[in-house]
Design a protein around this ligand. Sequence first.
Ligand code: SF4
Length: 274
Amino acid sequence: MKQIALYGKGGIGKSTTSANLSAALSEKKLDIMQIGCDPKHDSTRMLMRGEWIPTVLDLVREKGESSLSTDDVVYTGYNGIRCVEAGGPEPGVGCAGRGIIATFQLLEKLDALYGDIIVYDVLGDVVCGGFAMPMREGYAQEVYLVTSGDFMALYAANNICKAIARLSRRSKARCTLGGVICNSANIEGEYELVSEFARLINSELIEFIPRNQIVRVAEVSKRTVLEYAPESEQAGVYRRLADKIMNNKPDPEKQPTPLTMDELESLAQKYIKA
Ligand code: SF4
């Protein structure tokens, strides 16, 4: 079982990337589970045709953990993908990881944490006190940083990189940095900027996802691009990402090297100009 986690700043398109990635992986006849951990709890919405599934945290609060069954928390979406939303407090508050801890504990108790690939879609904002939990507990084995060329997105990615560097030295956590995914914001020089950022943190840019209106159109149609426009170029980009992640075997000995604030600022100044 491969357990991968996509981390990135809120609003960067992490859930869109995760859902399209899961959809592309499911085309390979693999058993996929996607777990969203974000107060917005919209990670799996496009896989569920727009349905907001109940969150584990809400269900535990309402019904109590002991009365919950797998069917209460795991929902089957597009192409058989099993969808779970951890939930959390109000947006921007942070829950110190309660949402994701409750989810892991419950899924393990129900014997529901299985599959060929588990995709964790985790908010990586500084405000979220518990964002490192899947890494710390050894659930996120390969971490992918989702960013754009926007400075704050890179800042968040660099912070997550710091957490990986810290945690990958510990024995229980076996997480490694799998690579950087650029979800383009259509910024000039973005490819070069994010490629260099990836190199500097001792990683690589594994996919550049171009900004494409089809993503927005699919979203308002409550579908992933893979479902809405399977023949589109954009669907091909997500399939390529799925192939790369499937075949990726990051070296656990290779430690990420997060940048200092000065280094990050100089990098941004080199590419982002008036
Ligand atoms: S750990 Fe962070 S992202 Fe996860 S539920 Fe809590 S606040 Fe949300």
